[in-house]
Design a protein around this ligand. Sequence first.
Ligand SMILES: [Zn+2]
Length: 94
Amino acid sequence: MTQKRRIIKNDKCHLRWCQEAGAHAVHRQYLTSFLTDEGRAVGVNVVQSGDRPRAVELTMLPRRGRGQTVVFQLTEAEAVAKGMRAGIRLARPR
Ligand SMILES: [Zn+2]
């Protein structure tokens, strides 16, 4: 059973872009999430841990079992995005 709880002002993070509430070690903003045809939940977030620079996080949750998280630094995320765009162009029906 899930509990619904209002986020009170003290729960909000001091970083305006962060959407995490309460005590947290990693600041995170949720950008997108979707279900793949195989039933995996995939999410893309911006994250920052401590004083490290912000990075891009990709989360993959299968229907069962443990999920996986990969954190990309900016240049890595740009390479993945470039590869995805190239894949989309090639996969698009002509
Ligand atoms: Zn935060």
